[in-house]
Design a protein around this ligand. Structure first.
Ligand code: ADP
Length: 480
């Protein structure tokens, strides 16, 4: 973050972050530097950070010179998101307005994290951050002091809203529709993981739809964008940001190793992709219970059910992918790259993805050779079982090597971060997918407390959307 930006709040004087008066002092110090810039309507100090212009305005209304504001798109944890048209080009954007003063210092930390990560990424299925504007608040007692109070994030507009809302309307997607969504999602996550970025809060609500069309087969093609990088972390070389032992995320999407507060890697995102894929195909989460404790028990067991008639038309190949995404052991879970190469996504008959857990593979093959999609593929390609085993032993080894180095990085996390943070002890099954369940997601402790202290800018007060299917509770097998 540039000088005077929100990054300074926490980094320069953390001791003063608890009250607004102290915050003011803290910010004042920062702004002394800023005031040395020549007076202009808006100044471009440290314009290019990454490649996202970061623009300092001296006057809060200066942004209206560039954009015409339109309809409200939504209310987020940090402020409103409004559609805006760039006056010169006519391009439409989504502008997130954040009142940093109201949001509180810890919420600002989440936002800071999100902005820093968004600045460093560029991918067709990750939300694009075009520009950042900040407007100052002048401290009248010391004219030379001011700090940046409001922040405007200019993001690409996703006209079709949240994927969750489309699922709610449709009930569930067809296998093809799901395949295209998962392909885009896997490509975005493979890109992030390749950059050592772990999202940690993948869920339907954090997938926006930029545009869509219905094809000749009456199937929906969605152009999706991954958003909300507030819980994302980037690991730097041998040092992680110390967050990879923190239990965070949203309960129904949380991987077993995360709820167990074990060391975990980017594979937690893969589990969440599995939950998303299951939800897209049948409209209900794979694990659902009326208390958090029971929900976590189901997640730890990881038993998948495909008895509902909706699964009858879903291919074995898709079910096999789900099993590989929702493998309890992250070392045996498919990676994002492997998912991209999978037969289900590529349509290639020869899948480069082989099951990684040899024992499970043998068990599956022994119990039910016909229904094993991978075996069918192998018959076609004359793969012997021994070759298959050899391939998997090799793959297992490379997984272990990879995992060990990740674990080494992650073990440097501080022990006090290894705690589960929740004030909402009940994961209400009725409310599994509501947007107001934002706070049932797990945040690092200090951030959660702060967010709860500052509900003014949160989405808590916003009307709750109905779950994708309220009938989900009636599924006896999911109920404890
Ligand atoms: P949160 O803080 O809860 O993660 P956001 O502040 O990112 O949510 O967004 C709040 C709401 O604004 C979202 O639920 C969504 O409906 C809408 N929204 C956010 N970003 C965009 C965008 N780029 N295009 C269209 N709508 C958006």
């Amino acid at each position: 973050m540039a000088d005077g930006g929100m990054g300074n709040e926490s980094t320069k004087c953390p001791a003063y972050s608890s009250t607004s008066q102290k915050k003011l002092l803290c910010f004042s110090r920062t702004i002394n530097v800023e005031r040395k810039a020549p007076h202009r309507q808006w100044s471009r100090s440290s314009i290019m950070e990454g490649k996202v212009p970061h623009i300092r305005m001296e006057n809060g209304s200066a942004i209206e010179e560039f954009y015409t504001f339109g309809r409200v798109l939504g209310q987020g944890s940090f402020g409103m998101v409004i559609e805006a048209t760039h006056k010169e080009t006519g391009t439409k954007w989504a502008i997130k307005k954040v009142n940093k003063e109201k949001a509180g210092s810890s919420a600002v930390k989440l936002l800071e994290r999100e902005v820093n990560i968004l600045k460093s990424v560029k991918h067709e299925h990750i939300i694009h951050l075009e520009k950042i504007f900040e407007s100052p608040k002048v401290n009248l007692l010391h004219f030379e002091s001011c700090y940046y109070k409001k922040m405007y994030l200019v993001m690409e507009l996703c006209e079709d809203g949240e994927l969750k809302a489309i699922l709610d309307r449709k009930g569930h997607f067809s296998e093809n529709e799901t395949r295209w969504i998962i392909q885009s999602l896997a490509s975005a996550i493979a890109y992030l993981h390749n950059k050592d970025i772990v999202h940690r809060d993948l869920k339907l609500e954090n997938i926006m739809v930029k545009s869509s069309f219905i094809d000749g087969n009456n199937e929906m093609n969605l152009n999706i964008k991954v958003t909300d990088f507030g819980l994302a972390v980037k690991k730097h070389g041998s040092r992680s940001e110390g967050m990879m032992q923190t239990t965070c995320g949203t309960p129904i999407y949380m991987a077993p190793e995360v709820i167990n507060a074990h060391d975990y890697s980017q594979q937690c995102d893969i589990w969440s992709i599995g939950v998303i894929m299951y939800l897209l195909l049948c409209g209900e989460p794979p694990f659902l219970a009326n208390s958090e404790e029971k929900l976590f028990e189901l997640i730890r067991k990881g038993e998948l059910h495909f008895e509902d008639p909706v699964w009858d038309s879903i291919s074995d190949c898709a079910k096999s992918v789900l099993r590989q995404l929702l493998k309890i052991d992250p070392a045996h879970r498919i990676t994002a790259k492997e998912l991209l190469d999978s037969q289900w996504l590529t349509g290639n008959k020869v899948s480069s993805v082989r099951p990684t857990n040899v024992l499970e593979m043998m068990k599956e093959w022994k119990n039910n050779p016909e229904s094993d999609e991978e075996n069918k593929t192998d018959e076609k390609t004359n793969w012997s079982f021994q070759e298959k085993l050899k391939s998997n032993q090799f793959r297992k080894k490379s997984h272990d090597v990879h995992n060990t180095s990740l674990e080494k990085e992650e073990k440097q996390s501080t022990a006090d971060e290894k705690k589960i943070v929740t004030t909402n002890k009940k994961a209400n099954a009725d409310n599994w997918g509501s947007s107001s369940s934002k706070y049932s997601k797990f945040l690092p402790a200090e951030l959660k407390e702060e967010l709860e202290k500052n509900p003014g800018t949160s989405s808590q007060g916003v009307a709750t959307k109905p779950p994708a299917k309220s009938t989900s509770l009636s599924r006896g097998k999911k109920k404890p």
